[in-house]
Design a protein around this ligand. Structure first.
Ligand SMILES: [Zn+2]
Length: 378
């Protein structure tokens, strides 16, 4: 995830916080410390009623929010450890505004494993919440202020962990419940139809939640939007990943690469582009790739400079290369992350091909027609 700060490692898994988290932590501290939250189902959910000064309330609120996000981290850690047990590689855990996310490097194919992986997160939250319940009941009516504070802390952690478990069990992508549902369906109807059904269920829940939120609680609309977009994203990436399965860069790249020297002037480059109808070229000097130049780099160069400006002056030096054995899906993700449209394919420092986003999209379209999987565009 972009814009994240790395905090450390737990059992070898890097964990990061997204910058949105730096705003949400003080926000939670204030909500937990001051807002008079109506006590729900007998739980005490804030420190506002206690006879203490405001800095103490703020401090307690901060401790409560740190405890809460520690619980979120435990939830994510449960997902990660179970994923590792199933042989997946975890690139990290990120805490962000909506909670946490475990980044798995590959799309899960093993549907049963995915269900267990998804289930252990909410299960962990539920266990934390339920274990704290009796402690809350024991401490709740204590006469001392110190024990009162601990009791409220326990009450809040119990309530919010149970809420976290419940929220994540909603059977809609991108919640854990959506994955559990897909895994359950996949055993009966297959992975792709299961994904589609789970996406439809997720979207329906999101729409229902938005309508309900419109009348009762405006925050639900935001959560509904998050779920709706998450469901769509999941559908797209699952279908693309599945369709491109087994396709490597070697299958889609252009091996006959046309290159240009850094000393070529823009006018010559434009002629070459018109003749060959490529829009990007690797720039090669003494058999080494030194950059990449595209039609985009030429834009903004006035026509009067076309005979004097050399490719070496306008090319991009950020050359991203891959090996020919990497999956096409991974190449798509690299291009999306780096915001580039083409990758050079290198083997032992030698340029052996070039692959563009459209090469992969074309393969995707051909495959989806062959297999009768409608992908949609966009
Ligand atoms: Zn989860």
């Amino acid at each position: 995830m972009r814009s994240s700060i790395r905090l450390g490692r737990i059992k070898g898994i890097p964990f990061k916080v997204h910058i949105s988290f730096l705003f949400i932590l003080p926000f939670f501290a204030i909500v937990f410390g001051f807002t008079h939250v109506p006590d729900i189902l007998g739980f005490q959910l804030g420190f506002d009623n206690l006879p203490i000064s405001w800095p103490v309330k703020l401090g307690l609120g901060l401790i409560a929010s740190i405890l809460f996000f520690t619980a979120v981290l435990l939830h994510e850690l449960a997902h990660s450890l179970m994923a590792i047990r199933h042989g997946y590689k975890i690139s990290g855990i990120t805490l962000f505004i909506f909670g946490g996310a475990t980044e798995i490097e590959r799309q899960p194919k093993d549907a049963v494993g995915e269900g267990i992986m998804a289930f252990v997160g909410p299960a962990t939250s539920l266990i934390i919440g339920v274990v704290l319940l009796p402690i809350w009941f024991l401490l709740r009516d204590a006469p001392s202020l110190g024990i009162n504070i601990i009791a409220i802390m326990v009450s809040m952690m119990s309530f919010y962990n149970i809420l976290l478990a419940g929220f994540n069990l909603i059977p809609a992508f991108p919640m854990d419940g959506g994955r559990i549902l897909r895994s359950f369906l996949a055993r009966r109807i297959g992975f792709i139809p299961a994904t589609r059904t789970a996406v439809v269920v997720g979207k329906a829940i999101a729409i229902g939640m938005a309508i309900f939120g419109f009348f009762y609680n405006i925050w639900l609309i935001l959560i509904a939007l998050f779920i709706y977009l998450g469901a769509k994203e999941e559908e797209k990436s699952t279908l693309i990943g599945h369709t491109l399965e087994g396709i490597t860069i070697g299958n889609v790249m252009t091996s006959d690469v046309s290159v240009v020297p850094p000393t070529m002037v823009v006018r010559e480059l434009l002629d070459k582009i018109m003749m060959e109808r490529h829009i990007g070229y690797p720039v090669v000097h003494n058999d080494h790739v030194v950059g990449i130049v595209t039609l985009h780099d030429v834009q903004g160069i006035p026509a009067s400079h076309h005979y004097t400006t050399e490719v070496g002056q306008i090319m991009s030096r950020n050359v991203v290369s891959v090996g020919q054995d990497i999956p096409a899906m991974d190449a798509l993700q690299i291009m999306a992350r780096q915001r580039i449209g083409r990758l050079l394919v290198m083997e032992d420092q030698i340029l052996i091909g070039i692959v563009t986003r459209s090469d992969i999209i074309r393969m995707l379209e051909i495959r989806s027609m062959e297999r009768g999987i409608p992908l949609g565009r966009g």
